[in-house]
Design a protein around this ligand. Sequence first.
Ligand code: ADP
Length: 273
Amino acid sequence: SSRSPAAIRVQNLDYAYPDGKLALAEISFTLDQGESVALVGPNGAGKSTLLLHLNGILPGRPRGGLFGHTHGAEPVRGRPRSPGPHVWVDGVAVEDRSIREARRRVGLLFQDPDDQLFCATVLEDVAFGPRNLGRSQADAAAIARECLARVGLPDVGDRPPHHLSVGERRRVALAGVLACQPTVFALDEPTANLDPRARRLFLALVAELPGAKIIATHDLEMALELCPRSILLDSGRVIADGPTRTLLDDSALLEAHGLERPLSLALGSRTSG
Ligand code: ADP
């Protein structure tokens, strides 16, 4: 039996925004099936830009398209510096002829849930993805109800998304991602702006996600908790790629790239040293 392809393979990915700003340079890494990796680095490192490449929103993809929940990002006409695919999801190249195949495998959770939620009701929003994947209205609604229950919000289906708290909206957005049954979850700052209880709740949901995960985050405690591996980006480049514990215990490395050693590691070394 042949080995299954990597969940994500990125090979020599470069990307410049239309204004010429080089946002990603020579990015290469592989994420195995079921693996969880944290993408860490200072503001502007290229984390969001990298996640957007996983489902081909960049460069220059039409907004929305046949697969839903990509409408948060405005189309931008940037350019890759060399031709040919540079990103594969489950072995499927993220390029024109297979973009739909690739895209349905990636569940991208935007940093701002308001970029993801746009329907009149929560249920419609969560059902949007399955509808676009060809499910009947009744099936899509049933899937949406099930996914809302999975994120602990079985009773909000009839409400407008903007009436919910930011924590609830992020869970609804996650339900929408789950409803598409992706094999890879790409989460952009999933704990940003959450209070401790909402954060804890969301961490538990992320821990349960069935598939490979790539999580862009400044929440290094979350990285320690959920991701055995981390990739440190700065100025669009991979600076380090290794065990989260090793990477995040390296004060000099972190400081050189605008980060701080997580408190839990600092305390741990103090008590054991
Ligand atoms: P991060 O998510 O790590 O904060 P981003 O991927 O948002 O980093 O940004 C990487 C770089 O690309 C930054 O220099 C940022 O200013 C630039 N950038 C991001 N979005 C755009 C855009 N739409 N147009 C031009 N430059 C952008």
